[in-house]
Ligand binder design. Structure first.
Ligand code: ADP
Ligand code: MG
Length: 261
């Protein structure tokens, strides 16, 4: 199953991705977590310290690796011709960070091309890698993405089995989520889901939802606002430091049960 976690900045994509990744891995699924944000910080939510996380070079920034795999030579200016089908099948092995026996993280970084439209070799490599893992029979690939599905584009976006759009429990945030979900639908992602995160008042959410989503075609799930997420973060710890009995962990378990039933 290929899961895309999308949403506007700050809504809780990375936190949700980390919680989901651990919960699924503990249920026995093999999980490959990918961070495609331009400011990747999934590693920290998965428990690496700020120091450790800062040392990771995202694939889409790894010019040296790109030169090795695409044949483009750095320093000589990127040639017009370089391989767009580089070898990528060993990159999980080589660059994956193993968090437990079932959970591996690869920091891909942003695959968005520069405004000039130039496809640099490292981005070409990162895209080839994504294509590879999305087509392979991996058990679960979970992608923490910047904004929506559009950066993946046609040919790649529809490889996701589900797009979970995270939003905050406000009208504006839900309206933005609706737009992102519509884009996901246009890109032919079969299953769409809305995650309303940082919920303080559960009773208010269904009403808010029906204000924005007039026909209830998109299922929604709620995650509580939980101070323990912030506490863990401020101790430079990941979601594993959050107590099992906390509201957010309980909600994530429920979400996984719903998604995988
Ligand atoms: N359920 C929650 N309860 C309390 N704080 C949360 C919750 N989810 C996320 N946060 C906080 O909100 C901030 C943004 O979360 P993050 O997951 O980094 O968002 P995104 O990846 O969408 O930018 C973080 O500081 C995080 O601790
Ligand atoms: Mg994030």
């Amino acid at each position: 199953m290929k899961i895309l976690v999308a949403g506007k900045g700050g809504v809780g994509k990375t936190t949700t991705s980390a919680l989901l990744a651990y919960e699924l891995s503990k249920k026995g699924y093999k999980v490959l977590a990918l961070d495609t944000d331009s400011v990747p910080n999934l590693a920290q939510s998965l428990g690496l310290s700020f120091e450790e996380a800062s040392r990771i070079v995202p694939l889409s920034r790894n010019d040296e690796l790109a030169a090795e795999r695409t044949g483009a030579k750095p320093g000589e200016g990127w040639g017009v011709f370089f391989s767009l089908t580089p070898k990528v099948d060993d990159l999980v092995e080589k660059y994956g960070i193993r968090l437990n026996s079932n959970l591996t993280l690869v920091v891909v970084g942003s695959i968005e091309q520069s405004k000039e439209g130039c496809l640099c070799p490292a981005i070409a490599l990162a895209k080839a890698f994504l294509r590879h893992v999305l087509l392979e029979e991996n058990e679960i690939v979970l992608v923490d993405s910047e904004a929506g599905a559009e950066v993946f584009g046609r040919g790649l976006a529809e490889k996701f089995d589900i797009m979970l759009c995270v939003a905050e429990p406000t009208l504006k945030s839900l309206q933005i989520a609706k737009k992102l979900l519509e884009m996901g639908k246009e890109l032919e992602i079969d299953n769409l889901g809305l995650i309303v995160n940082k919920v303080r008042n559960k009773e208010a959410v269904p009403r808010l939802y029906s204000q924005v989503f007039s026909n209830a075609e998109i299922p929604f799930y709620m995650l509580s606002f939980d101070e323990s997420i912030i506490e863990a973060e401020n101790l430079d710890k990941g979601v594993e430091a959050v107590p099992e009995a906390s509201p957010i962990k309980r909600d994530i378990k429920k979400l996984v049960e719903n998604l995988f039933s």
